[in-house]
Design a protein around this ligand. Sequence first.
Ligand code: ATP
Ligand code: MG
Length: 203
Amino acid sequence: MEDDKKHNHNTRMQRKKEVVDAAIERAREERGIVILITGNGKGKTTSAFGTLYRALGHGQAAGVVQFIKGTQATGEVVFLRAQPIVPAVQYHAMATGFTWNTQNWDADKRAADEAWAQATRMLADPALKLVLLDELTYMLKYNYLDAADVIAAIRARPPLQTVIITGRAAKPELLELADTVSEIADRKHAFKAGVKAQAGIDF
Ligand code: ATP
Ligand code: MG
């Protein structure tokens, strides 16, 4: 690189460093947060499990509730169960294999309540640094759970506990509650081009 270009680059990087350092200096608060990962694109549940594994890597204990769950365990859950770290994770999946085709409100409602009871227990446990509520948004959207109850339990959690919520169509109350919201856009999905769901990629 020519000398003046190098000089310009260094000046820009120096300015950038000052801005970044100032932002780091401002962010001093230490507390658990609510992370909401929503939108129609692929990557919500996998992102949440990535964060779970990150927390486990630091020796933290965590809880996971999967609100919509087919009868087959996903790859990340099978992997988790095979790890020696497994006692650090409390796991519950909705019992029915809730699907869009369900014709049985009562059974699904019971399963949702049972899953939520596990979630509230986790949300009251200060030993859990992370609580992952996968696909929780649908429980509110379809009124299986009361939004006000859910918000209240999350707000009342231990101060250092972080909660991750995933799912499409998040209600405005969840958006308002969350400290970090990532909306994954659906620009393309191979499924729409006729590629079938694959083990290891989609489940
Ligand atoms: P993943 O579990 O892969 O991170 P996700 O949690 O963002 O996906 P969900 O809405 O929970 O997405 O759906 C899970 C399944 O649906 C996965 O098999 C995923 O590949 C598929 N899927 C996700 N987004 C789309 C989409 N836009 N079109 C079609 N299928 C999708
Ligand atoms: Mg998902």
